[in-house]
Design a protein around this ligand. Sequence first.
Ligand code: HEC
Length: 468
Amino acid sequence: MKRVYFAFLLFVGIFACTQSNQVDKLDSVDQPNFAKHIAPIILNHCVRCHRNGGGAPFELTSYDKVKQKAKTIAKVTSMRIMPPWPADPNYAHFIDENILTQSQINAISRWVKNGCPEGGSSEKIFANVSSEKSNIGKPDLVLSLDTVLLNEGDLDRFFLSKVNCTVPHGKYIRAIEFIPGQPKLLHHFNGHLINYHGTSKQNLESRPSKIEITPVNKFENLRETSKTLAFQRELLNDDRSIPERLHSVVNYLPGVKGVMYPDGIGTYAVAEKFSIIGNDVHYGPSRKTLIDNSKINIFFTNTPPKRGSGELMLGTNGVSKIVPPLVVPANKITKHVTQYTVTDDISILTINPHLHLLGKTFLAYAIKPNGDTIRLIHIPKWNFRWQYFYTFKKMVHVPRGSTIYAIAEFDNTVNNPNNPNQPPKQVAERLEYGGSSMRATDEMFQFIITYVGYQPGDEEFSLEHGNR
Ligand code: HEC
Protein backbone atom coordinates (compact mmCIF):
# COMPACT_ATOMS: atom_id res chain seq x y z
CA MET A 1 0.00 0.00 0.00
CA LYS A 2 2.70 2.39 1.06
CA ARG A 3 4.78 1.53 -1.93
CA VAL A 4 1.94 2.27 -4.31
CA TYR A 5 1.42 5.63 -2.64
CA PHE A 6 5.10 6.43 -2.92
CA ALA A 7 5.13 5.46 -6.58
CA PHE A 8 2.16 7.70 -7.16
CA LEU A 9 3.89 10.65 -5.47
CA LEU A 10 6.99 10.02 -7.53
CA PHE A 11 4.90 9.97 -10.67
CA VAL A 12 3.15 13.23 -9.79
CA GLY A 13 6.50 14.72 -8.86
CA ILE A 14 8.09 13.86 -12.20
CA PHE A 15 5.06 15.03 -14.09
CA ALA A 16 4.97 18.39 -12.26
CA CYS A 17 8.68 18.80 -12.88
CA THR A 18 8.53 18.29 -16.63
CA GLN A 19 5.53 20.59 -16.84
CA SER A 20 7.18 23.51 -15.11
CA ASN A 21 10.63 22.77 -16.48
CA GLN A 22 10.30 24.79 -19.64
CA VAL A 23 8.84 27.79 -17.90
CA ASP A 24 10.95 27.99 -14.80
CA LYS A 25 14.28 26.60 -15.87
CA LEU A 26 15.34 29.76 -17.67
CA ASP A 27 14.29 31.95 -14.75
CA SER A 28 16.63 30.08 -12.42
CA VAL A 29 19.65 30.60 -14.69
CA ASP A 30 21.47 33.71 -13.49
CA GLN A 31 24.01 33.71 -16.27
CA PRO A 32 22.34 32.46 -19.43
CA ASN A 33 24.77 31.76 -22.24
CA PHE A 34 24.26 31.76 -25.96
CA ALA A 35 24.89 28.11 -26.83
CA LYS A 36 22.62 26.65 -24.21
CA HIS A 37 19.90 29.20 -23.57
CA ILE A 38 19.68 31.94 -26.17
CA ALA A 39 20.44 30.22 -29.48
CA PRO A 40 17.46 27.83 -29.18
CA ILE A 41 15.14 30.82 -28.74
CA ILE A 42 16.60 32.54 -31.79
CA LEU A 43 16.41 29.32 -33.80
CA ASN A 44 12.76 28.64 -32.98
CA HIS A 45 11.38 32.15 -33.08
CA CYS A 46 13.56 34.37 -35.27
CA VAL A 47 15.47 32.62 -38.06
CA ARG A 48 12.38 31.80 -40.11
CA CYS A 49 12.66 35.46 -41.18
CA HIS A 50 16.16 36.45 -40.06
CA ARG A 51 18.03 34.14 -42.44
CA ASN A 52 19.29 34.38 -45.97
CA GLY A 53 16.16 34.64 -48.08
CA GLY A 54 13.84 34.96 -45.07
CA GLY A 55 12.63 38.49 -45.74
CA ALA A 56 14.06 40.26 -42.67
CA PRO A 57 16.77 42.86 -43.33
CA PHE A 58 19.55 40.96 -41.50
CA GLU A 59 20.42 37.40 -40.45
CA LEU A 60 20.47 36.07 -36.91
CA THR A 61 22.15 32.79 -37.77
CA SER A 62 25.37 32.84 -35.73
CA TYR A 63 26.67 33.97 -32.37
CA ASP A 64 28.47 36.94 -33.93
CA LYS A 65 25.43 38.11 -35.87
CA VAL A 66 23.17 37.93 -32.83
CA LYS A 67 25.76 39.58 -30.59
CA GLN A 68 26.11 42.45 -33.02
CA LYS A 69 22.40 43.22 -32.64
CA ALA A 70 22.16 42.18 -28.98
CA LYS A 71 21.01 45.49 -27.50
CA THR A 72 18.28 46.03 -30.09
CA ILE A 73 17.22 42.41 -29.71
CA ALA A 74 16.77 42.86 -25.96
CA LYS A 75 14.76 46.00 -26.64
CA VAL A 76 12.44 44.72 -29.38
CA THR A 77 11.78 41.42 -27.63
CA SER A 78 10.91 43.10 -24.31
CA MET A 79 8.59 45.49 -26.16
CA ARG A 80 7.12 42.44 -27.94
CA ILE A 81 7.73 44.04 -31.33
CA MET A 82 9.72 40.94 -32.30
CA PRO A 83 8.78 38.26 -33.10
CA PRO A 84 5.77 39.89 -34.76
CA TRP A 85 2.51 38.16 -33.77
CA PRO A 86 -0.44 40.56 -33.66
CA ALA A 87 -3.15 38.01 -32.72
CA ASP A 88 -4.15 37.81 -29.04
CA PRO A 89 -3.13 34.35 -27.73
CA ASN A 90 -5.73 34.61 -24.96
CA TYR A 91 -8.47 34.64 -27.59
CA ALA A 92 -7.56 32.01 -30.18
CA HIS A 93 -4.60 29.83 -31.14
CA PHE A 94 -3.13 29.17 -34.55
CA ILE A 95 -0.42 27.11 -36.20
CA ASP A 96 3.01 28.71 -35.90
CA GLU A 97 1.91 31.03 -33.12
CA ASN A 98 5.15 32.88 -32.53
CA ILE A 99 5.24 34.39 -29.06
CA LEU A 100 8.08 34.46 -26.51
CA THR A 101 7.36 33.62 -22.87
CA GLN A 102 8.24 36.25 -20.26
CA SER A 103 11.01 33.90 -19.03
CA GLN A 104 12.55 33.83 -22.50
CA ILE A 105 12.39 37.62 -22.79
CA ASN A 106 13.96 38.04 -19.35
CA ALA A 107 16.70 35.53 -20.20
CA ILE A 108 17.60 37.52 -23.34
CA SER A 109 17.80 40.72 -21.26
CA ARG A 110 20.02 39.10 -18.60
CA TRP A 111 22.24 37.63 -21.29
CA VAL A 112 22.74 41.03 -22.90
CA LYS A 113 23.36 42.74 -19.52
CA ASN A 114 26.00 40.13 -18.70
CA GLY A 115 27.91 40.92 -21.88
CA CYS A 116 26.57 38.17 -24.17
CA PRO A 117 28.61 35.12 -23.00
CA GLU A 118 28.89 32.46 -25.71
CA GLY A 119 29.24 29.39 -23.43
CA GLY A 120 30.83 27.10 -26.01
CA SER A 121 30.37 26.63 -29.70
CA SER A 122 26.92 27.23 -31.13
CA GLU A 123 27.77 26.62 -34.78
CA LYS A 124 25.96 23.29 -34.93
CA ILE A 125 22.70 24.82 -33.75
CA PHE A 126 22.38 26.88 -36.91
CA ALA A 127 23.91 24.31 -39.25
CA ASN A 128 20.57 23.22 -40.69
CA VAL A 129 19.06 26.65 -41.27
CA SER A 130 18.16 26.65 -44.89
CA SER A 131 18.50 29.58 -47.19
CA GLU A 132 15.66 28.29 -49.29
CA LYS A 133 13.19 30.92 -50.26
CA SER A 134 10.31 29.00 -48.82
CA ASN A 135 8.68 28.83 -45.45
CA ILE A 136 6.93 25.53 -45.97
CA GLY A 137 9.48 23.22 -47.53
CA LYS A 138 11.35 22.44 -50.70
CA PRO A 139 9.27 23.47 -53.68
CA ASP A 140 8.99 21.10 -56.63
CA LEU A 141 8.92 24.02 -59.01
CA VAL A 142 9.88 27.69 -58.77
CA LEU A 143 8.24 30.09 -61.21
CA SER A 144 9.68 33.56 -61.75
CA LEU A 145 7.35 36.44 -62.36
CA ASP A 146 8.42 39.11 -64.80
CA THR A 147 10.86 41.63 -63.41
CA VAL A 148 9.37 44.90 -62.23
CA LEU A 149 11.39 48.09 -62.07
CA LEU A 150 10.36 50.38 -59.24
CA ASN A 151 11.60 53.92 -59.60
CA GLU A 152 12.61 56.32 -56.90
CA GLY A 153 9.60 58.42 -55.94
CA ASP A 154 7.02 56.02 -57.42
CA LEU A 155 3.62 56.05 -55.77
CA ASP A 156 1.50 52.90 -55.50
CA ARG A 157 1.78 50.75 -58.61
CA PHE A 158 -0.43 47.89 -59.76
CA PHE A 159 0.37 45.11 -62.19
CA LEU A 160 -1.29 42.16 -63.78
CA SER A 161 1.18 39.39 -64.18
CA LYS A 162 1.11 35.92 -65.64
CA VAL A 163 3.41 32.96 -65.56
CA ASN A 164 2.91 29.75 -67.54
CA CYS A 165 3.62 26.25 -66.51
CA THR A 166 3.19 22.63 -67.47
CA VAL A 167 2.60 19.93 -64.94
CA PRO A 168 3.79 16.31 -65.10
CA HIS A 169 1.01 13.77 -65.65
CA GLY A 170 -0.70 12.51 -62.50
CA LYS A 171 0.44 15.39 -60.32
CA TYR A 172 -1.77 17.74 -58.38
CA ILE A 173 -0.91 21.00 -56.73
CA ARG A 174 -0.80 20.72 -52.97
CA ALA A 175 0.33 24.22 -52.12
CA ILE A 176 1.32 27.46 -53.82
CA GLU A 177 3.49 30.01 -52.06
CA PHE A 178 4.30 33.55 -53.12
CA ILE A 179 7.78 34.86 -52.31
CA PRO A 180 8.12 38.62 -52.73
CA GLY A 181 11.40 39.87 -54.11
CA GLN A 182 10.94 43.21 -52.33
CA PRO A 183 9.02 42.33 -49.17
CA LYS A 184 9.09 45.91 -47.92
CA LEU A 185 7.35 47.25 -51.02
CA LEU A 186 5.19 44.41 -52.18
CA HIS A 187 1.89 44.98 -50.50
CA HIS A 188 -0.42 42.48 -52.08
CA PHE A 189 -0.48 39.56 -54.47
CA ASN A 190 -3.66 37.69 -55.33
CA GLY A 191 -3.09 34.74 -57.62
CA HIS A 192 -5.62 32.84 -59.74
CA LEU A 193 -5.01 29.57 -61.50
CA ILE A 194 -6.01 29.26 -65.15
CA ASN A 195 -6.45 25.70 -66.39
CA TYR A 196 -6.01 25.47 -70.16
CA HIS A 197 -7.52 22.65 -72.08
CA GLY A 198 -6.27 21.87 -75.56
CA THR A 199 -3.77 24.70 -75.63
CA SER A 200 -0.48 24.36 -77.44
CA LYS A 201 2.69 25.35 -75.68
CA GLN A 202 3.68 27.95 -78.29
CA ASN A 203 0.36 29.64 -77.93
CA LEU A 204 0.76 29.69 -74.17
CA GLU A 205 4.14 31.33 -74.44
CA SER A 206 3.19 33.93 -77.00
CA ARG A 207 0.69 35.52 -74.65
CA PRO A 208 1.57 38.65 -72.71
CA SER A 209 3.10 38.02 -69.30
CA LYS A 210 2.89 41.37 -67.55
CA ILE A 211 1.12 44.66 -67.78
CA GLU A 212 1.10 47.63 -65.51
CA ILE A 213 -2.44 48.65 -64.73
CA THR A 214 -2.20 52.26 -63.68
CA PRO A 215 -0.17 54.57 -61.55
CA VAL A 216 -2.31 55.94 -58.78
CA ASN A 217 -2.71 59.46 -60.11
CA LYS A 218 -4.17 58.20 -63.38
CA PHE A 219 -6.65 55.87 -61.77
CA GLU A 220 -9.70 57.52 -63.20
CA ASN A 221 -8.42 56.90 -66.72
CA LEU A 222 -10.89 54.45 -68.21
CA ARG A 223 -8.59 53.51 -71.06
CA GLU A 224 -6.58 51.64 -68.50
CA THR A 225 -9.38 49.22 -67.76
CA SER A 226 -9.72 48.29 -71.39
CA LYS A 227 -6.05 47.34 -71.21
CA THR A 228 -6.84 45.08 -68.30
CA LEU A 229 -9.70 43.52 -70.20
CA ALA A 230 -7.50 42.97 -73.23
CA PHE A 231 -5.01 41.16 -71.03
CA GLN A 232 -7.76 39.00 -69.58
CA ARG A 233 -9.07 38.27 -73.09
CA GLU A 234 -5.72 36.77 -74.00
CA LEU A 235 -6.29 34.09 -71.39
CA LEU A 236 -8.19 31.75 -73.70
CA ASN A 237 -8.01 28.15 -74.79
CA ASP A 238 -6.83 27.57 -78.38
CA ASP A 239 -10.41 27.23 -79.58
CA ARG A 240 -11.08 30.70 -78.07
CA SER A 241 -13.22 29.23 -75.30
CA ILE A 242 -12.79 30.54 -71.78
CA PRO A 243 -10.52 28.37 -69.63
CA GLU A 244 -11.35 27.26 -66.11
CA ARG A 245 -10.31 29.79 -63.47
CA LEU A 246 -9.71 28.97 -59.81
CA HIS A 247 -9.74 32.08 -57.68
CA SER A 248 -7.31 33.01 -54.91
CA VAL A 249 -5.12 29.93 -55.03
CA VAL A 250 -2.30 32.00 -53.56
CA ASN A 251 -2.44 35.20 -51.57
CA TYR A 252 0.22 37.40 -50.13
CA LEU A 253 0.09 40.33 -47.74
CA PRO A 254 2.97 41.73 -45.67
CA GLY A 255 4.46 39.07 -43.42
CA VAL A 256 2.41 36.21 -44.83
CA LYS A 257 3.96 32.78 -45.04
CA GLY A 258 2.54 29.98 -47.16
CA VAL A 259 0.25 27.28 -45.83
CA MET A 260 0.47 23.57 -46.44
CA TYR A 261 -2.67 21.68 -45.51
CA PRO A 262 -2.73 17.92 -44.89
CA ASP A 263 -2.52 16.00 -48.17
CA GLY A 264 -5.78 16.02 -50.10
CA ILE A 265 -7.19 19.12 -48.37
CA GLY A 266 -7.34 22.24 -50.49
CA THR A 267 -5.41 20.47 -53.26
CA TYR A 268 -5.89 21.66 -56.87
CA ALA A 269 -6.36 19.51 -59.90
CA VAL A 270 -4.58 21.18 -62.79
CA ALA A 271 -4.64 20.76 -66.52
CA GLU A 272 -1.35 19.82 -68.12
CA LYS A 273 -0.93 23.47 -69.05
CA PHE A 274 -1.82 26.13 -66.61
CA SER A 275 -0.99 29.69 -65.70
CA ILE A 276 -0.91 31.58 -62.47
CA ILE A 277 -2.06 35.13 -62.93
CA GLY A 278 -1.31 37.79 -60.38
CA ASN A 279 -4.62 39.52 -60.58
CA ASP A 280 -3.50 42.45 -58.53
CA VAL A 281 0.19 42.83 -57.85
CA HIS A 282 0.40 45.91 -55.71
CA TYR A 283 3.59 47.77 -54.77
CA GLY A 284 3.62 50.56 -52.21
CA PRO A 285 5.49 53.86 -52.74
CA SER A 286 9.20 53.42 -53.38
CA ARG A 287 11.97 55.68 -52.07
CA LYS A 288 14.72 54.04 -54.06
CA THR A 289 15.05 52.62 -57.53
CA LEU A 290 14.77 48.86 -57.14
CA ILE A 291 14.11 45.73 -59.13
CA ASP A 292 11.61 43.16 -57.96
CA ASN A 293 11.96 39.51 -58.91
CA SER A 294 9.13 37.79 -57.12
CA LYS A 295 8.68 34.04 -57.28
CA ILE A 296 5.97 31.47 -56.96
CA ASN A 297 6.76 28.13 -55.34
CA ILE A 298 4.69 25.15 -56.38
CA PHE A 299 4.43 21.95 -54.33
CA PHE A 300 3.10 18.90 -56.15
CA THR A 301 1.45 15.82 -54.73
CA ASN A 302 0.30 12.48 -56.17
CA THR A 303 -2.79 12.55 -53.97
CA PRO A 304 -5.88 13.73 -55.84
CA PRO A 305 -7.98 16.39 -54.15
CA LYS A 306 -10.25 14.93 -51.48
CA ARG A 307 -11.81 18.09 -50.21
CA GLY A 308 -11.51 21.29 -52.21
CA SER A 309 -11.47 24.55 -50.29
CA GLY A 310 -13.67 27.58 -50.83
CA GLU A 311 -13.24 31.22 -49.95
CA LEU A 312 -15.68 33.48 -48.20
CA MET A 313 -14.98 37.20 -48.08
CA LEU A 314 -16.78 39.57 -45.74
CA GLY A 315 -16.63 43.36 -46.02
CA THR A 316 -14.92 45.27 -48.83
CA ASN A 317 -15.61 43.54 -52.19
CA GLY A 318 -17.25 40.72 -50.27
CA VAL A 319 -20.60 39.15 -49.51
CA SER A 320 -21.54 41.40 -46.59
CA LYS A 321 -21.77 45.14 -46.28
CA ILE A 322 -19.93 47.28 -43.78
CA VAL A 323 -22.05 49.10 -41.18
CA PRO A 324 -21.75 52.04 -40.92
CA PRO A 325 -20.09 52.50 -44.35
CA LEU A 326 -16.32 52.70 -44.18
CA VAL A 327 -15.69 56.43 -43.90
CA VAL A 328 -13.22 57.59 -41.28
CA PRO A 329 -13.43 61.36 -40.71
CA ALA A 330 -10.29 63.30 -39.78
CA ASN A 331 -9.39 63.17 -36.08
CA LYS A 332 -11.91 60.42 -35.36
CA ILE A 333 -11.79 56.81 -34.19
CA THR A 334 -14.58 54.79 -35.82
CA LYS A 335 -15.96 51.29 -35.36
CA HIS A 336 -17.55 49.17 -38.12
CA VAL A 337 -19.21 45.79 -38.27
CA THR A 338 -19.77 43.33 -41.08
CA GLN A 339 -21.74 40.10 -40.62
CA TYR A 340 -22.76 37.08 -42.65
CA THR A 341 -24.93 34.07 -41.88
CA VAL A 342 -23.60 30.81 -43.30
CA THR A 343 -26.08 28.70 -45.22
CA ASP A 344 -24.11 25.44 -44.98
CA ASP A 345 -22.10 23.63 -42.36
CA ILE A 346 -18.49 24.65 -42.91
CA SER A 347 -15.11 23.87 -41.39
CA ILE A 348 -12.78 26.85 -41.30
CA LEU A 349 -9.12 26.25 -42.11
CA THR A 350 -7.58 29.72 -42.37
CA ILE A 351 -8.64 33.31 -41.79
CA ASN A 352 -7.20 36.62 -42.87
CA PRO A 353 -8.16 39.96 -41.37
CA HIS A 354 -7.25 42.82 -43.69
CA LEU A 355 -7.22 46.56 -42.98
CA HIS A 356 -4.96 49.35 -44.14
CA LEU A 357 -2.96 52.04 -42.35
CA LEU A 358 -5.73 53.42 -40.13
CA GLY A 359 -6.55 49.98 -38.67
CA LYS A 360 -6.60 49.97 -34.86
CA THR A 361 -8.24 46.72 -33.69
CA PHE A 362 -9.88 43.67 -35.27
CA LEU A 363 -12.23 41.11 -33.73
CA ALA A 364 -14.08 38.21 -35.34
CA TYR A 365 -16.29 35.48 -33.97
CA ALA A 366 -19.35 33.46 -34.94
CA ILE A 367 -22.60 33.04 -33.01
CA LYS A 368 -24.17 29.61 -33.44
CA PRO A 369 -27.93 29.20 -33.78
CA ASN A 370 -27.97 27.98 -30.13
CA GLY A 371 -26.32 31.23 -28.99
CA ASP A 372 -22.83 29.83 -28.33
CA THR A 373 -19.84 31.89 -29.44
CA ILE A 374 -17.03 30.51 -31.60
CA ARG A 375 -13.95 32.67 -31.17
CA LEU A 376 -12.07 33.35 -34.38
CA ILE A 377 -9.51 36.11 -33.86
CA HIS A 378 -8.71 39.20 -31.83
CA ILE A 379 -6.02 41.67 -32.83
CA PRO A 380 -5.79 44.21 -30.03
CA LYS A 381 -3.20 46.38 -31.77
CA TRP A 382 -3.48 46.34 -35.54
CA ASN A 383 -0.17 46.34 -37.39
CA PHE A 384 -0.30 47.00 -41.11
CA ARG A 385 3.12 45.38 -41.47
CA TRP A 386 1.98 41.90 -40.32
CA GLN A 387 -1.20 40.65 -41.95
CA TYR A 388 -0.93 36.93 -41.64
CA PHE A 389 -3.23 34.26 -42.96
CA TYR A 390 -3.93 32.52 -39.66
CA THR A 391 -4.45 28.75 -39.89
CA PHE A 392 -6.25 27.07 -37.00
CA LYS A 393 -4.62 24.13 -35.25
CA LYS A 394 -7.77 22.11 -35.81
CA MET A 395 -10.59 22.78 -38.25
CA VAL A 396 -13.25 25.04 -36.76
CA HIS A 397 -16.78 23.83 -37.37
CA VAL A 398 -19.27 26.63 -38.00
CA PRO A 399 -22.77 25.14 -38.18
CA ARG A 400 -25.32 26.20 -40.75
CA GLY A 401 -27.26 29.25 -39.59
CA SER A 402 -24.36 30.68 -37.56
CA THR A 403 -23.60 34.36 -38.05
CA ILE A 404 -20.00 35.41 -38.49
CA TYR A 405 -19.19 38.89 -37.18
CA ALA A 406 -16.10 40.96 -37.92
CA ILE A 407 -15.62 44.22 -36.06
CA ALA A 408 -12.85 46.70 -36.86
CA GLU A 409 -11.79 50.02 -35.40
CA PHE A 410 -9.95 52.68 -37.36
CA ASP A 411 -7.84 55.49 -35.90
CA ASN A 412 -7.64 58.62 -38.00
CA THR A 413 -6.04 60.81 -35.32
CA VAL A 414 -2.49 62.15 -35.01
CA ASN A 415 -1.89 59.43 -32.38
CA ASN A 416 -1.78 56.80 -35.10
CA PRO A 417 1.89 56.72 -36.20
CA ASN A 418 0.89 55.06 -39.49
CA ASN A 419 -1.61 57.74 -40.43
CA PRO A 420 -0.73 58.56 -44.05
CA ASN A 421 -2.02 62.12 -43.66
CA GLN A 422 -0.51 64.67 -41.30
CA PRO A 423 -2.67 66.55 -40.45
CA PRO A 424 -5.32 63.82 -40.74
CA LYS A 425 -7.93 64.04 -43.46
CA GLN A 426 -11.00 61.96 -44.20
CA VAL A 427 -10.21 58.48 -45.51
CA ALA A 428 -12.71 56.00 -46.93
CA GLU A 429 -13.19 52.80 -48.84
CA ARG A 430 -13.16 53.88 -52.47
CA LEU A 431 -15.02 51.89 -55.02
CA GLU A 432 -13.99 52.00 -58.65
CA TYR A 433 -14.51 49.73 -61.65
CA GLY A 434 -16.89 47.68 -59.54
CA GLY A 435 -14.14 46.85 -57.07
CA SER A 436 -12.40 48.65 -54.29
CA SER A 437 -9.30 50.79 -54.55
CA MET A 438 -6.50 48.86 -52.90
CA ARG A 439 -4.22 51.80 -52.29
CA ALA A 440 -2.85 51.67 -48.76
CA THR A 441 -3.91 55.27 -48.25
CA ASP A 442 -7.56 54.39 -48.93
CA GLU A 443 -9.12 52.06 -46.40
CA MET A 444 -10.31 48.47 -46.65
CA PHE A 445 -12.08 46.19 -44.18
CA GLN A 446 -12.03 42.55 -45.20
CA PHE A 447 -12.30 39.24 -43.43
CA ILE A 448 -11.33 36.35 -45.68
CA ILE A 449 -12.18 32.79 -44.69
CA THR A 450 -10.85 29.62 -46.33
CA TYR A 451 -13.05 26.64 -45.57
CA VAL A 452 -14.13 23.16 -46.64
CA GLY A 453 -17.59 21.65 -46.37
CA TYR A 454 -18.08 20.16 -42.89
CA GLN A 455 -17.68 16.44 -42.26
CA PRO A 456 -18.28 14.80 -38.87
CA GLY A 457 -15.03 14.62 -36.92
CA ASP A 458 -13.58 17.82 -38.37
CA GLU A 459 -13.42 19.35 -34.89
CA GLU A 460 -10.58 16.91 -34.18
CA PHE A 461 -8.98 17.19 -37.61
CA SER A 462 -5.49 18.59 -37.01
CA LEU A 463 -4.19 20.93 -39.67
CA GLU A 464 -0.75 20.94 -38.11
CA HIS A 465 0.77 17.81 -39.58
CA GLY A 466 0.37 19.26 -43.07
CA ASN A 467 3.25 21.61 -42.48
CA ARG A 468 6.30 19.67 -43.49
C1 HEC B 1 7.85 37.20 -39.51
C2 HEC B 1 9.22 37.54 -39.73
C3 HEC B 1 10.09 37.92 -38.54
C4 HEC B 1 10.30 37.20 -37.37
C5 HEC B 1 9.71 35.85 -36.99
C6 HEC B 1 11.22 37.98 -36.60
N1 HEC B 1 11.56 39.12 -37.26
FE1 HEC B 1 12.76 40.59 -36.58
N2 HEC B 1 12.35 41.71 -38.24
C7 HEC B 1 11.62 41.30 -39.32
C8 HEC B 1 11.58 42.36 -40.31
C9 HEC B 1 10.91 42.29 -41.67
C10 HEC B 1 12.28 43.43 -39.76
C11 HEC B 1 12.49 44.81 -40.39
C12 HEC B 1 11.62 45.82 -39.74
C13 HEC B 1 10.19 45.69 -40.16
O1 HEC B 1 9.94 45.45 -41.35
O2 HEC B 1 9.31 45.85 -39.29
C14 HEC B 1 12.75 42.99 -38.46
C15 HEC B 1 13.50 43.78 -37.59
C16 HEC B 1 14.13 43.31 -36.46
C17 HEC B 1 15.04 44.07 -35.65
C18 HEC B 1 15.45 45.52 -35.91
C19 HEC B 1 14.46 46.41 -35.24
C20 HEC B 1 14.91 47.84 -35.26
O3 HEC B 1 14.15 48.63 -34.70
O4 HEC B 1 15.95 48.13 -35.83
C21 HEC B 1 15.48 43.26 -34.65
C22 HEC B 1 16.48 43.59 -33.56
C23 HEC B 1 14.80 41.99 -34.81
N3 HEC B 1 14.00 42.05 -35.91
C24 HEC B 1 14.97 40.91 -33.98
C25 HEC B 1 14.18 39.76 -34.04
C26 HEC B 1 14.25 38.70 -33.05
C27 HEC B 1 15.20 38.67 -31.86
C28 HEC B 1 13.32 37.78 -33.43
C29 HEC B 1 12.96 36.51 -32.70
C30 HEC B 1 12.76 36.58 -31.29
C31 HEC B 1 12.69 38.26 -34.65
N4 HEC B 1 13.25 39.47 -34.97
C32 HEC B 1 11.69 37.59 -35.34
C33 HEC B 1 11.00 40.07 -39.46
C34 HEC B 1 10.90 39.11 -38.46
